[in-house]
Ligand binder design. Structure first.
Ligand SMILES: Cc1cc2nc3c(=O)[nH]c(=O)nc-3n(C[C@H](O)[C@H](O)[C@H](O)COP(=O)(O)OP(=O)(O)OC[C@H]3O[C@@H](n4cnc5c(N)ncnc54)[C@H](O)[C@@H]3O)c2cc1C
Length: 440
């Protein structure tokens, strides 16, 4: 029998949202998940599953029942011929990366961190970069879930295809995801080349950059023209690293946090800090080669507020230049960390920000040096205005002020997702405050 614990306090990774579920469960089997849902039905409780708890919003919060899937984290099946792996939904990608390596396999793309769960990462549409690569959900070829009624459903392109189109980006709203099958590729090494440039050069030659590197991204340092370009590409070269790249980063981290903290008292310093960091950390060219997941991931130590909208790729230049011009006209508003610009291929997943269009993701951050909040509302508001004007769709895991009215306009498949959700969960067992804003 599964036991729920009272008194558990949930906090997301950035410590920006939390909740105190009435009962907290860590099931070890499908039968136990079923028991929890039976109990929730009997007591009219809502249920929220948490993966790695990395979403920088309240999407995983609940005051009722919380299920943590960290004990359902096994690799169930590896099909070496098809290069497919089926895993329990709670496995962390960090665990999966290592397991896959033993089979000579790898995921074809990853976000910045792997301390996230298989079902969690697809639940919010996690993405990386690469114009010939979709968001991570596009790597899913099948999944199984248990619905509010206790029914177990399978879906893939050929079985329950409509459900599959919804469930690959499920928002935690359709049921408890039990297993996920990923299409993998042969294990590979990546060469990363980093070099400095200017905003004008990168925007003028965007197509060329996109075609030159399989996983191209760039960082723009607000209040400056400075840009840092990252090319990541498969290679046969042996592992190597530019002499003190990591050392620089580690030292840079402590110094940056201290300077950002100082700038909370003296915001005028921010443009200088941005210039200084570009010069210290990113000026010049560095190269390294490592196994793919170690290059995709980086050790993110900053707690932060973050927004990350996807806009049609042809709006990249317009949107960035408008944000830059607005910051130039409003020197009292400071943006103290690089804007990370990434790209993703269009797909057909109902709630994917890349639904039916190749997209540019524009990620803005405000760090919280030593946990201290920095004013960001004005910057956030203007950024959202520009993103909306450019036809943007917000990242589901990150901050945004959109409601169902916005999503109805943004997503051609929104109503279809809502119908599927309502038929699977008519009483709203899997809703929470975040999802009420999305659907009502
Ligand atoms: C440091 C850091 C770096 C990041 N880098 C990136 C990045 O590069 N690109 C990007 O796009 N995003 C990035 N993110 C966001 C992150 O990838 C997403 O928030 C992702 O969803 C987190 O996965 P998780 O396992 O922590 O999910 P959680 O936050 O725990 O949950 C996410 C959603 O999935 C649901 N869920 C989880 N498991 C299940 C299940 N078994 N069944 C049903 N529902 C479930 C939850 O209820 C919730 O709705 C980053 C976040 C952080 C903190």
């Amino acid at each position: 029998m599964v036991i729920g614990h009272a008194g558990f306090k949930f906090q997301n990774w950035a410590e920006t949202y939390g909740s105190q579920p009435e009962l907290y469960f860590q099931p070890t089997s499908v039968e136990q998940v079923k028991e929890i849902l039976d109990l929730a039905r009997q007591r009219s409780k809502r249920v929220k599953v948490v993966g790695g708890g990395h979403s920088p919003s309240d999407i995983a919060c609940t005051d009722d029942f919380m299920i943590h899937m960290n004990k359902m984290n096994k690799v169930l099946k590896v099909d070496k011929e098809k290069k497919q792996v089926t895993v329990e939904a709670g496995i962390l990608l960090a665990e999966l990366n290592e397991e896959l390596r033993n089979y000579g396999l790898a995921l074809s793309n990853l976000g910045a961190v792997s301390e996230v769960a298989a079902a969690g990462v697809i639940g919010t549409g996690t993405h990386n970069t690469g114009i010939h690569h979709g968001i991570l959900s596009t790597q899913v070829v099948a999944l199984t879930m248990i619905t509010a009624s206790g029914e177990i459903l399978e879906c893939s392109e050929s079985t329950n295809a409509d459900l599959f189109q919804a469930a690959r980006l499920h928002l935690g709203a359709l049921g408890v995801i039990l297993t996920v099958t990923f299409q993998c590729v042969s294990a590979y090494y990546l060469q990363e080349i980093q070099f400095s440039s200017t905003l004008k050069e990168v925007l003028d030659n965007l197509d060329e950059h996109l075609q030159t590197s399989e996983y191209f991204r760039f960082l723009w340092f607000p209040h400056t023209e400075n840009v840092y370009v990252l090319y990541q590409d498969p290679t046969d070269k042996p592992p190597s690293s530019s002499a003190n790249w990591f050392l620089d980063y580690a030292i840079g981290y402590y110094l940056l946090e201290f300077l950002l903290w100082i700038s909370t008292f003296l915001p005028r310093l921010v443009p200088w800090i941005n210039k200084f960091f570009f010069w210290v950390l990113y000026k010049g060219r560095t190269e390294r080669v490592d196994i793919s997941y170690k290059v995709f991931n980086f050790e993110c130590r900053f707690r932060q507020h973050v927004q990350d909208w996807a806009i049609p790729i042809d709006k990249t230049k317009e949107a960035l230049l408008e944000l830059k011009a607005w910051l130039d006209r409003n020197p009292k508003v400071v943006a103290h960390f690089p804007v990370e610009v990434r790209f993703a291929q269009g797909d057909n997943i109902l709630l994917s920000p890349c639904f039916h269009r190749d997209s540019c993701y524009m990620n803005i951050l405000m760090h919280r040096p030593y946990g201290k909040d920095v004013p960001f509302q004005q910057y956030w508001l203007e950024y959202e205005t520009i993103m909306k004007k450019c036809g943007g769709r917000p990242h589901w895991a990150k901050a945004h002020t959109c409601t169902s009215k916005d999503f109805e306009v943004m997503y051609p498949g929104f109503q279809k997702f809502c119908s599927i959700r309502e038929s699977l969960d008519p009483t709203g067992m899997f809703l929470n405050t975040y999802l009420e804003k999305v659907f009502y």
